[in-house]
Design a protein around this ligand. Structure first.
Ligand code: C2E
Ligand code: MG
Ligand code: MG
Ligand code: MG
Length: 299
């Protein structure tokens, strides 16, 4: 237990001492285990990317995908991002992991384009730690050059937390990212620090409505109001809007009727390993025509 106590002491700062309870012990142990396993995960090739399709609601066609990391550890099994991304962020390991994600996603998308599939966008999540790294722009430019992916087929997903502190360097960085030709989106929109002033100052292309709002749109009047307001806000600012976490036909129908541009969610598909995503493209799968139309339009 000495290492756990030391680990906690280190986290709390030199002059802090804390007794641990069995519950804390359990949690710290898991953290320590994940943290040490993470150190070798990139070299050991334990990460894979899954791809979740993004559908244009009007045409019903796949127009993009979000790359989502999965960690297959020999003993811990499949570790979901919810269990390791925050640890990777706190320890700084997310910078190396994120660089791997970016390169892999761009290379995969370029390979699909070269194989003759319709050209799709790939969205990659960027953590605050990567956003703060001094070589972000250079790294992005290098990956685009090395993989040959045209920048317009890359979208970088940012979260509102990036904009909480000092806004001026963030504006500058975003402009430098845009200058490379990539698209920028705000992930989990509405759950963070949503300052309306940054939306007009930042060169953003897309708002992603958080799935917590989408979940209850057909049942909760407040969530309905939030979702329709986000759609209107996006369109008034000339941004595209995509709904995350669409699980039912009713939700899709609601979003379609309210002019939401794109959807992503289990209703169409879960995130898929590359070969399964490829299968979707081979089959030319999209939404069925009746899924892109509300009942009242059909008459
Ligand atoms: P996110 O970027 O908001 O990604 C969407 C999450 O919602 C994914 O969870 C996805 O599997 C899940 N999802 C999609 N459709 C549905 C649905 O219809 N219903 C439900 N219940 N869930 C749905 P996942 O893959 O577990 O990722 C969780 C979070 O981990 C991501 O949220 C993102 O914040 C982070 N993450 C994942 N991959 C990366 C990465 O490569 N880099 C960084 N920095 N963060 C990542
Ligand atoms: Mg995302
Ligand atoms: Mg999200
Ligand atoms: Mg998220």
């Amino acid at each position: 237990h000495a290492d756990i106590a030391m680990y906690r002491a280190k986290k709390l700062g030199r002059n802090n001492f804390q007794f641990y309870t069995p519950a804390m012990n359990e949690e710290s142990l898991e953290r320590v285990r994940i943290e040490s396993a993470l150190r070798n995960a990139v070299e050991r090739d334990e990460f894979v990317l899954y791809y979740q399709p993004q559908i244009d609601i009007k045409s019903g066609k796949i127009v993009g995908m979000e790359a989502l990391i999965r960690w297959q550890h020999p003993e811990l099994g499949m570790v979901p991002p919810g269990r390791f991304i925050s640890i990777a962020e706190e320890t700084g390991m997310i910078v190396a992991i994120g660089a791997w994600v970016l390169r892999t996603a761009c290379a995969q998308n370029k390979a699909w384009q070269d194989a003759g599939f319709d050209r799709l966008r790939v969205a990659v999540n960027l953590s605050a730690r990567q956003f703060g790294a001094s070589d972000l722009i250079e790294n992005l430019a290098t990956v685009l050059r090395d993989t040959g992916l045209e920048p317009k087929y890359l979208e970088i997903e940012l979260t509102e937390s990036l904009f909480m502190s000092d806004i001026t360097p963030a504006v500058d960085l975003l402009h430098r990212m845009k200058a490379l030709g990539v698209n920028l989106s705000i992930d989990d929109f509405g759950t963070g620090y949503s300052s309306l002033s940054y939306l007009s100052r930042f060169p953003i292309d897309v708002l992603k409505i958080d799935r917590s709002f989408v979940a209850d749109i057909t049942r909760d009047a407040n969530d309905e109001a939030i979702v329709t307001s986000i759609i209107a806000l996006a369109h008034n600012l000339k941004l595209a809007v995509i709904a995350e976490g669409v699980e039912t036909g009713e939700q899709l129908d609601y979003l379609r009727r309210h002019g939401c541009d794109e959807m992503q969610g289990y209703y169409f598909s879960k995130p898929l390993p590359a070969h399964e995503f490829e299968q979707l493209m081979v089959e030319g799968r999209g939404l069925h025509p009746e899924q892109t139309m509300a009942p009242e339009d059909a008459s």
